[in-house]
Design a protein. Structure first.
Lengths: 254, 342
């Protein structure tokens, strides 16, 4: 257990050291989400009615949740590169704790996720987003957000291990996760959707998560959203972490 | 670093006491089989490697060399058969086995975004060293392998030869008693190749056991104490380089004739220099000479006296193709690399 923790930290450190050396990745973390915020706030925002909230206030929690779920693409692409370059073989031939390669990757994602969430938040504050909550609730929201992002890093870890190229890893992630984020309360009120979609949106983990963020940051009625988001996150982690680790054990060079 | 030093280090870091290699052969393998779909990548491989020696696993692309290495380093589970490395079973004692081995391969598996120093430090820490100990060991190795100047540059700026050296160095971080080198010189220029050979030779002088896979007979000949020839997943010959070369026969003489019409007469004149029937291919008479010494002079004299014109002639050392021709009756077949590099 101690070895697992130590090895996880070594791998996480490795993934963070390389970050400032890949400017393209940094742009993906910062510029792209800002673009999305501006696009939604100013292009679509005027046409979407969000009773009780300004659209900026409604949007920021939604777009931060969407963005955090995609933070795992670094893990997917990175793992796939490690596989095709034979680095995974090296790790697997070392007397290290085997889950550490994945755990280190996903842990490093927490740092990059925090970074990109802060960039989004600052952008939001500049264009008019305002918290309506105490500091504890704001921090609790941030913690829940990072936990949710961590669970999705494990989903992306699996994508990275099963597909044949780094490009495929990120596009599979996009195809699977992107629609999930849109059929949720992230960008429009669920009530505005047709029945079938609305049913799906109401059980979608993204809806629970976005509603929980609105409850914690804007003082919206929480209902069961915070518990729901927490349970969904634990469930996603409980399924994808062991599946990814077992897949890693069998991973082979392409 | 000595093995004893390694154990002390682990004790200092509070890690579990590393196992020491058990007595007996460094590698034993019996009846190893591994299939990928319909392809039997290895099909009943038996090996035994004595401690402190180099075994060369010689074969063409797709013969199953890499699969053997992957099974012995616990990266793949064999479908059947059994194997031990340093006395540890590949199936039931994987964790202890991995403390005894270093693996370097044709992929130069280093993180290109990390510097040489960071790469080696990372590997050292994953072997359980403290950060400072791992760093010290990294500098030691970088100096020894002529990489100290490049220590703080990202590995992606390294040349192919440097990258391969860094990869080999990473396998040596914990000073493992058993080293697996999977085609360590494939794709290297001749100078880097010879430099790497010298490195490998110095390692074995220190008592390290090496299993080396290669497609080159000259590489196996130079480095290996014993050579196992592998083809279609089976070991088809096994012996010292000299034994193997005896089976392949001597060197090949090739005489390019000015007039292809002289072929029959030339063959008649040269047949007494060989034990096999000379052949005429691509405008040249080809034969395996019994004795290398004087073969060229003798061939020239015989043909000159008969007034047969020679455009070119030369002696060729046996290659992997010749080994396969001699052992299997067919040339080394390169299979679809996509399905065999597993």
């Amino acid at each position: 257990m101690r070895k697992l923790f130590a090895d996880t930290m070594v791998i996480a450190e490795r993934n963070l050291i390389r970050l400032p050396r890949s400017p393209d990745l940094l742009i993906a973390f910062t510029v792209q989400p800002i673009m999305f915020v501006l696009l939604f706030a100013y292009v679509f925002g005027g046409a979407i009615s969000t009773p009780g909230y300004s659209y900026i206030d409604f949007l920021i929690p939604g777009i931060i949740v969407q963005n955090i779920a995609f933070g795992g693409f670094v893990t997917a692409v990175g793992l796939n590169e490690d596989l095709s370059k034979g680095l995974i073989d090296r790790f697997r031939s070392l007397p290290m704790a085997r889950p550490a390669v994945l755990a280190g990757r996903t842990s490093a994602d927490i740092v990059t996720n925090l970074l990109s969430a802060l960039v989004l938040l600052v952008t939001g504050l500049i264009i008019g987003f305002r918290f309506d909550a105490g500091p504890l609730d704001i921090l609790a929201g941030m913690a829940l957000l990072l936990f949710f992002g961590y669970a999705f890093s494990w989903v992306f870890a699996l994508f990275g291990l099963v597909v044949s190229s780094p490009e495929a890893a990120s596009s599979v992630g996009f195809i699977v996760v992107f629609p999930l984020t849109f059929i949720s309360s992230a960008f429009v009120p669920v009530e505005s959707m047709p029945d079938g979609l609305r049913w799906f949106a109401e059980i979608n983990p993204f809806t629970f998560m976005v509603d929980a963020m609105r409850a914690l940051w804007l003082g919206a009625p929480a209902g069961n959203s915070i518990w729901g988001a927490f349970v969904w996150t634990v469930a996603i982690l409980a399924v994808f972490a062991p599946v990814s680790v077992s897949r890693y054990r069998r991973a082979a060079v392409n | 670093m000595t093995r004893a030093g390694q154990i002390r280090d682990a004790a200092e870091t509070g890690g579990a006491e590393p196992e020491v290699p058990r007595d007996g052969p460094a590698i034993t393998a019996g009846g190893l089989v591994k299939c990928f779909g319909d392809v039997r990548a290895i099909d009943g491989v038996d090996l035994e490697v004595e401690t402190g020696t180099i075994l060369g696993l010689l074969g063409p692309n797709g013969a199953g060399k890499t699969t053997v290495v992957r099974v012995l380093t616990t990266l793949l589970k064999p479908d059947s058969g059994a194997a031990t490395v340093a006395g540890f079973d590949v199936l039931s004692e994987g964790a202890a086995l991995r403390e005894q081995i270093g693996l370097a391969g044709q992929y130069a598996a280093v993180d290109e975004n990390l510097t040489g120093l960071e790469n080696l430090t990372m590997v050292g820490r994953l072997y359980g060293m403290t950060r400072s100990r791992a760093k010290m060991r990294a500098w030691e190795l970088l100096a020894r392998f002529d990489l100290a100047d490049a220590a703080k540059r990202p590995a992606r700026t390294y040349s192919g030869g440097m990258r391969r050296r860094l990869d080999l160095t990473a396998a040596l971080v914990a000073d493992p008693p058993m080293l697996f080198l999977d085609e360590p010189t494939t794709g290297l220029d001749p100078r880097s190749r010879i430099a790497l050979w010298e490195t490998i030779e110095s390692l074995v002088a220190d008592g390290t056991t090496v299993l080396l896979t290669t497609q080159y007979l000259d590489e196996a000949d130079r480095l290996a104490d014993r050579i196992a020839v592998i083809d279609h997943g089976k070991v088809i010959a096994d012996g010292t380089p000299d034994e193997l070369k005896d089976r392949v026969g001597g060197e090949k003489l090739e005489v390019r004739l000015s007039e292809p019409g002289d072929a029959d007469r030339a063959i008649e004149l040269l047949v007494s220099m060989t034990d096999e029937q000379p052949v005429f291919e691509d405008g040249s008479v080809k034969l395996t000479v019994r004795r290398r010494k004087g073969a060229i002079v003798e061939a020239v004299q015989r043909l000159n006296q008969a007034g047969i014109g020679i455009d070119d002639l030369g002696l060729r050392r046996p290659t992997l193709d010749d080994v396969f021709l001699a052992l299997t009756g067919h040339a080394a077949e390169v299979e679809d690399a996509g399905q065999v590099e597993v």
